[in-house]
Design a protein around this ligand. Structure first.
Ligand SMILES: Cc1cc2nc3c(=O)[nH]c(=O)nc-3n(C[C@H](O)[C@H](O)[C@H](O)COP(=O)(O)OP(=O)(O)OC[C@H]3O[C@@H](n4cnc5c(N)ncnc54)[C@H](O)[C@@H]3O)c2cc1C
Length: 392
């Protein structure tokens, strides 16, 4: 008889777990998804005829097997030429991000920056090992001037804090590649892609869940992880394994308190020209007093043909969709208290399911692969399922 797997949430992570378990043949999978569609913010929608997702969903990964897995199901167009630029108002210039030496050398205050960096020499990248917060971490590596230009205001608005010292976890921050030589240097050992299909990742969600029972517009009234019992639409169901991909506090009636997230207000803007951003520039980041963090021109990914172009703008907000787990120790500690309650054969993964901002699409796939391998070999995993990796 087949074993029964319940997946809570039909976002990228939930769909990927369903797909990998369908290949094990001895599992019957049920997904409950509160929306009436799969994929959540990664799903492609259309505005003014343009395909778009809720914020960019650029596929980046350092892992061969992760790239190969997705590329075989939904072929990916290489975006290897992509660049991210940051607008720095005090220089009235755009520089590539992550920060690189060729841009630093053309900055008006290069001499002063160089002096600061020389003082940091020897400590570079590792000098901030003892850093207590994001500010220490960056200043210890690149000095005050580059921190001020790229990091300080951007992260204050990104995380809605008054001071980057409040950000006391920072393993997600791409400091380790700063100061490579050219604007492309940060991207040489990583796959960068986006689906060729006009509907983006949408087919993946259908293919991945083909063999699963998917209950849309569905959540649970009650769940007992220990017994693996769940009440769905007033009916009791029992499973052999549960994989959670939603905020873990929701499984425990928030008994230790609510896990907080930041959301994104998302604006879609059509421009009456074929392309707005320079060739190869996919993202523009704004590191000044603007309320928005970044803009994305979707055509760069989708290659959609139109005399107009669609740009998406993200503004961080306290609540709202597109949830970002908070990079503060106290919130991370709270999440750990919930993970410690997970009994055997219950797992948690994905962005909210791991309560880690560093979890991107490729990490969801990697976590699902790690889980599936562990189940196959009968080994135990820690919580959340490991696999987090920052790509820079
Ligand atoms: C604005 C934005 C831009 C991003 N850009 C990129 C990018 O460019 N590249 C990249 O790799 N990653 C990007 N990411 C991150 C990436 O998209 C996520 O890591 C990934 O989509 C997370 O998938 P998930 O399944 O873990 O979570 P989710 O997509 O949040 O899926 C969870 C699912 O659970 C459902 N759900 C919630 N509560 C319940 C409940 N009570 N009962 C049942 N179902 C429930 C939700 O409706 C949702 O479908 C971005 C994220 C955001 C927010």
């Amino acid at each position: 008889m087949k074993k029964k797997l319940l997946i809570i949430g039909g976002g990228f992570a939930g769909c990927c777990v369903a797909h990998l378990f369908s290949k094990l043949n001895n599992w019957e999978t049920t997904i409950i998804e509160k929306n009436n569609f799969l994929g959540d913010g990664v799903r492609t929608n259309w505005y003014g005829g343009h395909p778009y997702t809720f914020g960019p969903r650029h596929f980046l990964t350092p892992y061969d097997n992760v790239y190969k897995y997705l590329n075989e199901i939904i072929p990916l167009r290489s975006c290897a030429e992509h660049e991210f630029l940051t607008y720095v108002e005090r220089d009235n210039d755009f520089y590539a991000y992550p920060i690189n030496m060729s841009d630093v050398k053309r900055m008006p205050d290069y001499d002063l920056i160089n002096k600061e960096m020389t003082e940091k020499k020897g400590e570079n990248f590792i000098g901030s090992k003892n850093a207590k917060n994001l500010e220490d971490y960056w200043i210890g590596s690149v000095g005050n001037r580059l921190f001020d230009k790229f990091i300080d205001k951007y992260n204050k608005k990104m995380w809605l804090v008054d001071d980057c010292k409040e950000i006391d976890t920072f393993n997600w921050s791409p400091k380790g590649v700063t100061l490579k030589d050219g604007p492309r240097a940060a991207w040489t050992d990583i796959y960068s892609g986006y689906p060729y299909a006009a509907n983006g990742y949408n087919d993946y969600f259908d293919i991945a869940t083909k063999e699963a029972k998917v209950h849309f517009n569905t959540t649970f009234d009650y769940i007992d992880l220990e017994k693996k019992e769940i009440l769905i639409n007033s009916e009791k169901h029992k499973f052999d394994m549960i994989v959670n991909t939603i905020s873990p506090d929701l499984l425990f009636k928030r008994k230790f308190g609510k896990l907080n997230y930041l959301g994104r207000e998302f604006h879609k803007i059509i421009f009456p020209v074929e392309e707005v951003f320079p060739k190869n520039v996919y993202f523009l980041y704004y590191a000044n007093d603007e309320k928005f963090t970044r803009l994305v021109e979707y055509k760069k990914f989708t290659h959609h043909k139109s005399p107009t172009t669609l740009v998406g703008m993200e503004i961080p907000v306290r609540d709202g969709p597109g949830a970002y787990p908070l990079p503060f120790k106290k919130d991370q500690e709270l999440a750990k208290k919930y993970f410690n309650l997970f009994p055997d054969d219950c797992y948690s993964l994905g962005r909210a399911g791991s309560y880690l901002y560093g979890i991107d699409i490729d990490d969801c796939i990697r976590q699902a692969m790690i889980l599936c391998d562990a189940v196959k070999s009968g080994s135990k995993l820690k919580y959340p399922v490991p696999g987090d990796n920052y790509k820079f």
